[in-house]
Structures are given as structure tokens and as C-alpha cells.
Write a protein that binds this ligand. Structure first.
Ligand code: ZN
Length: 147
């Protein structure tokens, strides 16, 4: 990655970290799950409205570092309008990218998180919301922990 690209990526993450999208509690959510990353202290509650297997709305609340907040913000935008199957595929690809097992490929804006693979502790910050998403979509009533 070039220095210019790295800076651009950092800017996108900082922007979403400061002004997270879909940072709210929807009144009509029919799926929720909680996530906790004890290593960093990130806490998140995720909300989704699922209709006929499609994610119609995705939002979150919580407190966390810039990486976890930006990841939640961008994930909530990325999964909207996708089926549960598509959301799981996206989770697998995102997880593969940040753990360095797979190239970023065509993950679009989510590709900005490729840089966290060099920081193992940050991988948990970036993936927390995705694990929480999976718990919500699978209707598992438990707090997801990255430990
Ligand atoms: Zn964090």
C-alpha cells in the first residue's frame, strides 16, 4: 500500500469513527445482539430489521475505539438490503481480509480495514461488530465476546 492510500484509508476510518452512520436505536428492530471486546473495551449493541431473509435496517449503539466504531458504521451501511446469506458471505470475506488469509478483493469501501491485519489486537476491534451481526442474524441470544 502506498503512503497516500494509507492516509486516505486512515481518513475514512477516522471520519466514520467520529461521525458514525446508523448510530441509533431503531424502534422496529426484530433482531438484536450484544458484543464485547475485553481487550480494548469496545461494547456494542446491534439492531436489525429482518424481513423475509433480507436485512432492511441495520443500526448500532455503544462505546468503543475509532476502529470498532468505524467498522460498525461501515458494516451497517454494507449489509443493508442484503440477504442473510449475502451478509454471511460478506462477513467471511471481511474476516479473511483483516486476518490476512485473503486479499481485499472487491470489498469496496470495507477494504479500508485491510491495514489492521498488521495489528492483531486491532483485528478484534474491526471484527467485533461482524461477530455481533452474525449472532443477531442467527438469533443467538448471547453476548458475543472476542475473547
Ligand atoms: Zn477497539
Amino acid at each position: 500500500m502506498t503512503e497516500a492510500m494509507r492516509e486516505l484509508y486512515q481518513e475514512v476510518i477516522l471520519d466514520h469513527g467520529r461521525r458514525p452512520r446508523n448510530f441509533r436505536t431503531p424502534g422496529d428492530a426484530n433482531r438484536t445482539a450484544d458484543g464485547y471486546n475485553p481487550l480494548c473495551g469496545d461494547r456494542v449493541r446491534f439492531f436489525a430489521r429482518l424481513e423475509n431473509g433480507v436485512v432492511r435496517d441495520a443500526a448500532f449503539q455503544g462505546t468503543g475505539c475509532a476502529i470498532s466504531t468505524a467498522s460498525a458504521s461501515m458494516m451497517s451501511e454494507a449489509v443493508r438490503g442484503r440477504t442473510v446469506v449475502e451478509a454471511r458471505e460478506l462477513f467471511n470475506r471481511f474476516h479473511g481480509m483483516v486476518t490476512g488469509e485473503q486479499p481485499a478483493g472487491d470489498l469496496g469501501k470495507l477494504g479500508v480495514f485491510a491495514g489492521v491485519r498488521d495489528y492483531p489486537a486491532r483485528v478484534k476491534c474491526a471484527t467485533l461488530i461482524w461477530h455481533t451481526l452474525m449472532a443477531a442474524l442467527e438469533d443467538r441470544d448471547e453476548t458475543v465476546s472476542t475473547e
